[in-house]
Design a protein around this ligand. Sequence first.
Ligand SMILES: [Zn+2]
Length: 104
Amino acid sequence: MAFLCDTCGKELTVNEGTLSWCDDENCIREFRITHKHDQDHSCDEKDVGYVHLWIVTGISGFVKFNEILADYWAKGYTLKDPGGLKKALSQIGAYIWEKSKNQP
Ligand SMILES: [Zn+2]
């Protein structure tokens, strides 16, 4: 199962992509699944956070990503675009579901 790049629209494999976001001004936003070179955020590059797709689609990586989010909430960050995060989570969830179905 392939992912679709939020920037160029082309398919990417789990080994090619990242889940990235902007982290500045006490908010997180612009959650995107893209090729690594297509992250293309509006904020400064140093304020871009990302995880590799092959990591975040594994159980421990997915749990780790939730811990990262929990740390943002604990620091009082707000989520500017829930739609972007939900769209990314939905692609990741579908991938994990497909992968778990195909296991013997
Ligand atoms: Zn792309």
